[in-house]
Write a protein of this length. Structure first.
Length: 440
């Protein structure tokens, strides 16, 4: 074990400022902070019990039938931009430890409880690899404390499925016992939309997503993410995040975990296999990599040619290019359901459903038939009927060849362990106990 550490956070799945005078920050406080086939020993791993926070899964969209609409809106925003607000936008206003955070699942997204400030105030933040800013104030009002540093910066981010608009502060964030990140950039929302049930977002995507207009009038300003700052402070063994989720049968289920600084080998089986992050834009602006998709237990029917896309904890479904989606719909015989927008199949068609195989590097990662359907216990949460069978694969909204032709969202990540290795510019996957589980 290196002198640094791993931090595993257990997550929960989901989604006005005090007038007390505090010091205004005159300068950027961040200056105060100091392929394939690789085995798990390439990464730091947890070897003993570690401090943990809960990750919970929650249904957090306004209305019951918005899952597909929100996912597709998010995909459109990702394809169309890599920054946040344009420059012309005008606001409407090192101890050698491992840290783990629990996650709770609530059928649409995963959230983690973090503490900000001193004395601390707790907030439930959506865990998002598709963005990189951390913000609060969507639900609970931000509470300033003795560690809050104010700025005059106007800050905002558009997410496709939502936005926030407000101001920037710097403050201390505690993700787990012993993992306290000093002087982290935080957005404080004056106005927000699309984040019912959560207080904001914990962005753990690429640093470049904090640039390009996140701060109004400063198009070149970037801020380190929470992962960056934890690494820069010497708190982590490695500059990476391990992601573990699992299928759920309830709206509030602690079934996720993030590990900062390495991986948790108790959460996956066999070896982790890695592929490099893609250079193809716009997927390269996110946690992007390349894969192909085929259908059938023998993998004989092509669905999507080798192309670039992303993994995204902020997307619920698996979205694929329109031409690939049409092939998949034809192969399954599914029809579009008016109430949910998802594809629906009959029990007989489910009995004939075959594996959908994701070819990443030199390895296939199948979604078995059960992994291709929405959890039936949660059908009514998305506006479906209790005995319906709905597919979690849907249309990204554009034909292939656009540079972001798939989004492997929560429904994929609940079946495979994944690693976003920032320092190694790669992403890794491994099977878990849920890969072939008949849970849905």
């Amino acid at each position: 074990m290196s002198p640094h550490s791993l931090v595993t956070l257990l997550f929960t799945f989901v989604l006005s400022i005090s007038a007390s005078p505090l010091p205004t920050l005159p300068t950027d406080p961040t200056s105060l902070l100091s392929s394939s086939g690789l085995a798990t020993d390439d990464l730091s791993t947890t070897s003993s019990p570690v401090p943990a926070l809960s990750l919970a899964r929650r249904f957090n969209h306004t209305g019951s039938a918005n899952v597909l609409r929100f996912d597709q809106a998010r995909a459109r925003a990702m394809r169309g931009r890599t920054g946040s607000y344009p420059e012309t936008y005008t606001s409407s206003f090192a101890s050698g430890k491992v840290f783990e955070i629990d996650a709770t699942s609530q059928a649409v997204s995963y959230v983690v409880t973090v503490n900000i400030g001193n004395p601390p105030t707790s907030y439930q933040l959506l865990v998002d690899t598709g963005s990189s800013n951390t913000f609060v104030g969507a639900g609970k009002t931000f509470v300033m404390s003795s560690t809050t540093l104010l700025t005059t910066n106007i800050m905002g981010v558009q997410y496709g499925s939502g936005f926030f608009d407000g101001s920037q502060v710097y403050d201390d964030i505690e993700l787990a016992e012993g993992l306290i990140i000093k002087n982290q950039s935080i957005g404080v929302a004056d106005v927000s939309e699309g984040f019912d049930g959560v207080d904001g977002i914990l962005g753990i995507g690429p640093t470049d997503l904090t640039c390009a207009g996140t701060i109004v009038g400063e198009p070149d300003k970037c801020d380190p993410t929470v992962t960056d700052n934890a690494w820069n402070m010497g708190l982590l063994d490695a500059h990476q995040v391990g992601i573990s989720f699992g299928p759920t049968q309830s709206l509030d289920d602690k079934n996720g975990e993030l590990t900062f600084g390495g991986v948790d080998p108790t959460k996956f089986r066999g070896l982790l296999d890695y592929v490099p992050l893609t250079l193809v834009s716009p997927a390269s602006s996110y946690v992007g990599y390349e894969q192909s998709i085929n259908y059938g237990d023998m993998g004989t029917t092509n669905v999507l040619d080798h192309t670039a896309g992303i993994l995204d904890t902020g997307t619920t479904l698996v979205l694929i290019a329109t031409d690939a989606f049409e092939k998949y719909q034809q192969l399954t015989g599914a029809v579009a359901d008016e109430d949910t927008g998802l594809l629906r199949i009959t029990p007989e068609q489910y009995g004939a459903l075959q594996n959908l195989n994701f070819r990443i590097g030199e390895k296939d990662y199948p979604l078995v038939p059960n992994a291709q359907i929405w959890p039936r216990a949660l059908n009514e949460a998305i506006g479906g009927v209790a005995d319906g069978i709905y597919l979690i694969v849907n249309d990204i909204g554009a034909d292939s060849g656009q540079g972001l032709d798939f989004i492997n969202g929560m429904s994929f990540l609940e079946r495979y362990y994944s690693v976003y290795d920032i320092g190694g510019s790669r992403v890794g996957f491994a099977e878990t106990q849920y890969t072939r589980a008949e849970t849905n």
